[in-house]
Design a protein around this ligand. Sequence first.
Ligand SMILES: *[C@@H]1O[C@H](CO)[C@@H](O)[C@H](O)[C@H]1NC(C)=O
Length: 409
Amino acid sequence: MKTSMGFSKLVSLVLILHLLNPIVVFSSSSSSSNGLSEIPKKFLNFAKRKELVDWMVGIRRKIHENPELGYEEFETSKLIRSELDKLGIPYNYPVSVTGVVGFVGTGKPPFVAIRADMDALPIQEEVDWEHKSKIPGKMHACGHDAHVSMLLGAAKILKEHFEELKGTVVLVFQPAEEGGGGAKKMLDEGVLNNVEAIFGLHVTHENPIGTVASKSGSLLAGSGIFNAVISGRGGHAAIPQHSIDPILAASNVIVSLQHLVSREADPLDSQVVTVAKFQGGSAFNVIPDSVTIGGTFRAFLKASLVQLKNRIEEVIKGQAAVQRCNATIDFHDKPVPFFPPTVNDKDLHEHFLNVAGDMLGNDKVNDMKPLMGSEDFAFYQEAIPGISFSLECKMRADQSSAQSTRHTS
Ligand SMILES: *[C@@H]1O[C@H](CO)[C@@H](O)[C@H](O)[C@H]1NC(C)=O
């Protein structure tokens, strides 16, 4: 979101949508059915105040200019804490290295959590603009800078209305969403103890600004990664009979891996196996000692993910052995386990539809298609009911969906 005008519109929206969440606290039943449908509109107006929008935009720019990678969000975390201090909102820190967990409301149940992730990506920002990343090779390319400022915005509005709250909103500023499993670590530290529901959002630009999207049930896939070293015996390329060629073995391994989804998976149970890394050899006339391959596998059902993992290991070892090679495989699932599938709670989705519809109009609330991407918010949803939705912010009609992938790594 690179222009300030567009961004302030986005900020208002985001705020409001975060403010959907407290409504669970205001009332456990649907807003439309019992005369509460004015609340979302009221919050929309709170969120549109210029000084609030400017404050949030300022925070977001500061974070955008100073991106920090997973578990290194020290300055981001400091900024969050100093804003919470100014707002008079109590918090726990440190939680999972850099995480901050704030509390607004009565301090009593029901507890409802809102989560924002804080980390940036190891990507160089290529676009020159006023608030470009000042850190070479690091960038908020996935919108977490916006997520943090939105949650602070929500915190401020909630604090202004905390006497109306009939419970406690837990503000979860989480480190390391990008592969570091920050959500899992936060959970292990008891962040969600007593929490009855959790809400998260992600900015996307698939659809026009001012719209939101989600779905009930499976939204994002669970995912794992693998790395395998296929070892043979190096030698001169002109006398292959004296070598054991790991390049050919790895090639056959890759072809065989492609049969897992096409021949072994239920065609109606979407799955992906991609080999994205192939490293081996450096000369045209030398057979190398070993080849390293790596990739990702994804599925919507946990059982399918486990099945893929087991078969990937068998196929790599077995197919390497056909060519007299040995293979070792590392799934890098410790200490952070595979990301589980992101599954939205049915009742919370219903609530989302009601509140977003009241606030934005039903025509602005879209069904989201499931994606094979994954999100560590899923760890929270394994523990308690949760919903993840997308806050759309496509600002130009000519932004194609190919351009709209959130980041490239
Ligand atoms: C594979 O492992 C076995 C058992 O350790 C060893 O005897 C053999 O030499 C290894 N083969 C290659 C190609 O590394």
